[in-house]
Ligand binder design. Structure first.
Ligand SMILES: Nc1ncnc2c1ncn2[C@@H]1O[C@H](COP(=O)(O)OP(=O)(O)OP(=O)(O)O)[C@@H](O)[C@H]1O
Ligand SMILES: [Mg+2]
Length: 339
């Protein structure tokens, strides 16, 4: 029976259908615009709208719905890595609520918490253990649950987009310190990795939709034109006398400034460490001229993700060369989970 992995993006839905595992075999891969622009249903009206477009999406692409994996947007999740004195599993289980209260800004009655020990030192007197806390608001998760129930579906696995994306990148212990950036339509997620260990995750407003809107307003273009100009010319100053670049650049520089602040935060808290690489994911990572601009501004190596290298595709049904790779990290990572 096939599994469907689903990423509900504010700009587009992404889905993979196939057999999960470290090298997933896939029979369908889809990216389709989200006509509602809603990724997080936070009231009844937006929930109804998203349910309708989700139903059409599943029908249009004939996606199987019995085994559904769902990744939640980073904007509604609080992902924290905490360092605490080493505890046994049982001790941790009784201390975790208090730890969550200290570290997560969600009232306990609305808190849905998952946790995982990501580092336990061999010498329990010398070093701290690290625990990953993933917290969401029950009220928002319930809306997703009701939405899928209305569609006759039940997610069998839920995680967060950044954790899915990180899995798709297959970090190893010897990897250099890397900042993972998912720059999508509505916002930007940042995760810091040191080897295989997650250091922190943050989320910021200001996705690619902001760039398109800025072009609309500044140059009096309609939405479609602005989107096309953004994609075709991006930050290329040789095009249209550099007019597109001139409008986009200040917004992009603010985003790069955010990356710089995260890099500084990391080295301030870890004096012997510094970010050596930035790995860019999400649709906005494709902006023409972005990679050289970040390299020049921040002085680190910048790479675009290529998550499809780990999947095996049914060649008769799927043409991977037509797919925009940078937006597929989340669904690929979800499919790479064994359970
Ligand atoms: N070639 C390109 N150049 C510039 N921007 C692009 C390009 N291709 C896609 N984009 C932009 O990428 C954004 C969509 O990215 P993505 O699919 O990662 O977002 P999303 O996952 O739907 O949104 P979010 O996760 O923020 O809810 C849009 O703003 C789109 O205009
Ligand atoms: Mg996204």
């Amino acid at each position: 029976m096939s599994t469907t992995a689903l990423d509900i993006g504010s700009y587009s839905f992404k889905a993979l259908v196939g057999n999960p595992g470290p090298n997933p075999k896939i029979s369908t891969i889809v990216e389709s615009l989200n006509p509602s622009g809603i990724a997080v249903p936070n009231d009844d009206a937006s929930q109804t709208k998203l349910t309708k477009v989700m139903e059409a999406f599943f029908n249009d692409y004939k996606l199987p719905s019995d085994k559904l994996r769902l990744s939640l947007p980073e904007s509604i999740v609080s992902t924290k890595v905490i360092s605490i004195p080493p505890l046994s599993d049982a001790e941790l289980a009784s201390a975790i609520d208090w730890q969550a209260e200290q570290n997560i800004p969600i009232p306990s009655e609305d808190l849905s918490l998952q946790y995982e020990v990501i580092y336990r030192p061999k010498d329990r007197f010398k070093k701290m253990m690290q625990v990953l806390l993933v917290a969401t608001r029950k009220s928002i998760v319930e809306r997703y649950m009701v939405m899928f129930e209305d569609l006759g579906m039940e997610p069998t696995l839920i995680e967060t987009q950044m954790l899915s994306l990180i899995r798709s990148l297959q970090f190893t212990a010897t990897d250099e310190d890397t900042m993972v950036v998912d720059w999508g339509g509505s916002g930007m997620g940042i995760a810091m990795m040191s080897g295989v260990r997650l250091q922190f995750v943050t989320h910021h407003l200001g996705g690619g939709t902001l760039l398109t809107r800025t072009l609309e307003k500044s140059l009096g273009l309609d939405h479609k034109q602005a989107e096309a100009y953004k994609r075709t010319f991006g930050l290329d100053e040789k095009q249209l006398e550099g007019r597109i670049k001139k409008v986009l650049l200040p917004v992009v520089m603010e985003v790069i400034d955010q990356l710089k602040r995260s890099m500084q935060f990391y080295s301030t808290n870890n004096p012997q460490k510094s970010v050596k690489r930035i790995v860019l994911a999400g649709g906005s990572a494709n902006l023409v001229g972005l990679v050289p601009l970040i390299t020049a501004t921040l002085g680190v190596e910048v790479l675009l993700v290529s998550p499809l290298s780990t999947v095996k595709a049914d060649k008769e049904k799927v043409d991977l060369s037509r797919i925009n790779q940078t937006v597929m990290g989340v669904v690929v990572g979800m499919m790479m989970r064994n359970d």
